[in-house]
Design a protein around this ligand. Structure first.
Ligand SMILES: CC(C)(COP(=O)(O)OP(=O)(O)OC[C@H]1O[C@@H](n2cnc3c(N)ncnc32)[C@H](O)[C@@H]1OP(=O)(O)O)[C@@H](O)C(=O)NCCC(=O)NCCS
Length: 339
C-alpha cells in the first residue's frame, strides 16, 4: 500500500477576520403586512419583537446580496479575494436546484477558482459553515474561507400565511475565516432532530409542482413555507438553551466570561427565554437585530454580528456565543472571538 503524503496543517487555530452585511433597500413596517393576515402592529411586536424588516427587490438576488456582503467582509478582514480558498454559501432560498450559487459568488468576487458549495441547514446554516471553515483551516484544506448566510425568503413566503408572513425576510451576512495562533472559534455543539422534519418546511416540493402543472395544464401557486409556530417556539426556547450552555462548557467558559450573545434572530421572545434559562448576567450584550430585520434564517447571525460591531455593542476581542437553529430540525452553536 502506497504511503500518502499529508502536509501538516499550517495553522493550529482559526478565527473570524471580518464581517460584512447586505440589507435590502426596502424597509417594510408591520403596517404593510397586517391586512393580508388579519393582524396588527401591536400583536406582531408583542409576539415576535419585529417592528420592520427588509424585503429584497427584483434586482436584489441571492447572488447579488451574497457578493455585496462578502465584499464588505473581505474589506473588513483586509483579505484579497484571491486569498480565498473556499466559499461556503448557507441558504435555502436559491431557487435554482443546481448548480450551487457559491460558484457564481466565488467567480463574481474574483477568487482564484476557489472551491465553492452551498449548504442547506436552514436557519442553522451559518454556524454550520463557520464550523466547516474552522475545521478546513485547522485541517490544512484551506487558508481563508468565506462563509456567507443569505436568504431571499420573500420568494418562499405566502403573504397571506398568518404564521409566517410577518416573520421571514431577506438579507445577507458574511464572514472571512482565517488562520490564528490562538483559539478563537470554539468547538461546535450541533445536531439534528428529523423526527420534527415537518415543523418548518416548504408546503410542496418542486417535483410535485411541475408534475401537477404538466398533468393538469395549470400551474399551482408558488411553494411557500409553513411552520408549526408554537411547537417550534417551545423547542427553540427550552432545548436550544441547553445546547447553548453545552457550547460554553465545551469551550471551557461560563456565562460570566461572555461579552455578547448572538442567537439566531427567530423571535425576540425566544431570545429572552434563552437568556433567562441560561441566567445570562446583565453585562452580556444581546443581539436584538430581529426588531428591524425580521427572521432572515441563515443570514440572521452574521447580520446581527455586523450590526453589533457597527453600533459598538460588540468590540474586537469580545467573547461571543453564537447559536443557530431551525428547519430540519437542525442546530449548531459555538463560541467565537469578535474580529
Ligand atoms: C409564530 C408565533 C409568533 C405565533 O405566536 P403564538 O403565540 O404561538 O400563536 P398561536 O399560533 O398559538 O396563536 C395564538 C392566537 O393568536 C392568533 N394569531 C395567530 N397568528 C396571528 C397573527 N399573525 N396575527 C394576529 N393573531 C394571530 C391565533 O388565531 C390565536 O388566537 P386564539 O387564541 O384566539 O385562538 C410563535 O409561535 C412563534 O414565534 N414561533 C416560533 C417561530 C420561529 O421562531 N420560527 C423560526 C424558527 S427558525
Amino acid at each position: 500500500m502506497a504511503a500518502l503524503t499529508i502536509p501538516a496543517p499550517s495553522s493550529p487555530y482559526a478565527r473570524l477576520l471580518g464581517v460584512g452585511a447586505y440589507r435590502p433597500e426596502r424597509v417594510v413596517p408591520n403596517s404593510e403586512l397586517v391586512e393580508a393576515i388579519d393582524s396588527s402592529d401591536e400583536w406582531i411586536q408583542q409576539r415576535s419583537g419585529i417592528v420592520s424588516r427588509r424585503f429584497a427587490g427584483p434586482d436584489e438576488t441571492v447572488r447579488s446580496m451574497s457578493v455585496a456582503a462578502a465584499a464588505q467582509a473581505l474589506e473588513a478582514a483586509g483579505v484579497e479575494a484571491e486569498q480565498i480558498d473556499c466559499v461556503i454559501v448557507a441558504t435555502v432560498s436559491h431557487l435554482m436546484q443546481l448548480p450551487a450559487v457559491a460558484t457564481l459568488v466565488a467567480h463574481d468576487l474574483g477568487t482564484n477558482k476557489a472551491a465553492a458549495f452551498d449548504i442547506s441547514a436552514a436557519c442553522a446554516g451559518f454556524c454550520h459553515g463557520v464550523t466547516l471553515a474552522s475545521d478546513m483551516i485547522r485541517g490544512g484544506s484551506a487558508g481563508h474561507v468565506l462563509v456567507i448566510g443569505v436568504e431571499k425568503l420573500t420568494d418562499l413566503t405566502s403573504p397571506t400565511d398568518r404564521g409566517t408572513a410577518f416573520i421571514f425576510a431577506d438579507g445577507a451576512g458574511a464572514v472571512v475565516v482565517g488562520p490564528s495562533d490562538t483559539p478563537a472559534i470554539g468547538p461546535v455543539v450541533w445536531g439534528s432532530d428529523g423526527e420534527h422534519y415537518d415543523y418548518i418546511r416548504q408546503n410542496i416540493d418542486w417535483g410535485t409542482v411541475l408534475r401537477t402543472a404538466a398533468e393538469t395544464g395549470e400551474v399551482p401557486p408558488m411553494p411557500h413555507m409553513t411552520m408549526e409556530g408554537s411547537s417550534v417556539f417551545r423547542w427553540a426556547a427550552f432545548e436550544m438553551a441547553k445546547v447553548a450552555q453545552q457550547a460554553l462548557d465545551r469551550a471551557g467558559i461560563t456565562v460570566d466570561d461572555l461579552d455578547v450573545f448572538i442567537p439566531h434572530q427567530a423571535n425576540m421572545r425566544i431570545t429572552d427565554a434563552m437568556a433567562r434559562t441560561m441566567k445570562l448576567p446583565s453585562s452580556v450584550r444581546i443581539a436584538r437585530d430581529i426588531a428591524e430585520q425580521g427572521n432572515t434564517s441563515a443570514a440572521s447571525i452574521p447580520l446581527a454580528l455586523e450590526r453589533m460591531i457597527a453600533d459598538g455593542e460588540a468590540r474586537s476581542g469580545d467573547t461571543a456565543l453564537l447559536i443557530a437553529f431551525g428547519a430540519g430540525l437542525a442546530y449548531a452553536a459555538q463560541v467565537v472571538t469578535v474580529p
